[in-house]
Design a protein around this ligand. Sequence first.
Ligand SMILES: NC(=O)c1ccc[n+]([C@@H]2O[C@H](COP(=O)([O-])OP(=O)(O)OC[C@H]3O[C@@H](n4cnc5c(N)ncnc54)[C@H](OP(=O)(O)O)[C@@H]3O)[C@@H](O)[C@H]2O)c1
Length: 296
Amino acid sequence: MAEWTKAAVLKTAVPLRVPWVRIPAHPLFVRTVPKPPLPIAVITMASAEAIVLVTGAGSGIGRHAALALLDEGYTVILAGRRIEPLQETAAMAGTATERAVPISADVRDPQSVRGLFSSIDERYGRLDVLFNNAGISGPNVLLEDLTFEEWQLVVDVNLTGAFLCTQQAFKLMKQQEPKGGRIINNGSVSAYSPRPHASPYTATKHAVTGLTKSTSLDGRPYNIACGQIDIGNAATDMTRKMEDGVPQADGSLAVEPTIDVQNVAQAVVYMASLPLDANIQFMTVMATKMPLVGRG
Ligand SMILES: NC(=O)c1ccc[n+]([C@@H]2O[C@H](COP(=O)([O-])OP(=O)(O)OC[C@H]3O[C@@H](n4cnc5c(N)ncnc54)[C@H](OP(=O)(O)O)[C@@H]3O)[C@@H](O)[C@H]2O)c1
C-alpha cells in the first residue's frame, strides 16, 4: 500500500461522511440536509491525524475558515498575535472546541514562527494543512506619501509572514510520515488588479502569487501541494470601510457589494479536503457585481 493511501482515505473521508451534493454547473459541494451525528471512529481519525494551522484565526476569514474546518473534524491550530480573539474563535466552535488550539504568534518574526511550529511538532508531530491567511491592508495614502515603515509593515506581514510559515511547514511536512501536506495562500483579487493608493498591499499580493507558484514547484519532491485563494470583498473588518464607499480608479467613491464570509470558508474547506495528488492552484471567490470585472 502506497504511503499516501492512508492520508488520501482520511481526506476523502471528509466529503463522504457529510451529505454534500454537487449542484450541476456549481464548483462547490453544497450541504442540503442537516448534518447527522458523526461516527465516533471518523471523528477520532480526523482529530488525531489531520492537523491544520490557520494564521490570523482571531477574526474575519481566518476565524470563519477555522470554524468551518473544525466543523469538518479537523484539529485546528489558531494563530495570531492577540490570544483573546483566538480564544473567542475556539469558544465559538461548540463541541469542537477541544480540537481548537489557540497559540499566540507573530508571523513577521522568525523566532515566533519557529516557536509556533515547534509547539505543533511537539504536540502532534505533523502538520497536514497550512492556511497562510494573516494579512493587513495598509493605509490609504498617496504612493509618494507612504512612509518606509508603512511599506515595510505590509511587506513583513503579507509576504515575509507567509514565507516564514511556508519554510517551517516544509521542514515539518518533508520529514513526517506520511510525508507531505498542503499549503493554501490567501492572495486577493489585488494579486491581479490594484485599488488606488494600495501599492504595498497590491505588490505583496502579487508577490504571494509568486510564492504560491514557487511553493508548488519546490514542494513536489516532498508531496507538498500549494494553492491560492483570491478573495474579492468578503464582509470582514478589513472590508467594513466599503459600507461608506471606497476609492475607484476614476477618483470617485463608491459603495461596493460584499459577500458572506462563509462562501470563502467553504471554499477553503474544499481546497483542504482534496487528496494530495489533486490541487486547486488558484481559486477566485468574489462579489458577483464588484467593479473589478468590466473595468468599472
Ligand atoms: N476580506 C476580504 O474581502 C479580503 C479580500 C482579499 C484578500 N483578503 C485577505 O484575507 C486575509 C484575512 O483578511 P480579513 O479580511 O479576514 O482581515 P482581518 O479580519 O483584519 O484579519 C486579519 C488577521 O490577521 C492577523 N494578523 C495581522 N497581523 C498579524 C501578524 N503579524 N501575525 C499574526 N497574525 C496577524 C490579525 O490578528 P492579530 O491582530 O491578533 O494578529 C487578524 O486576525 C488577508 O490576508 C487579506 O489580505 C481579504
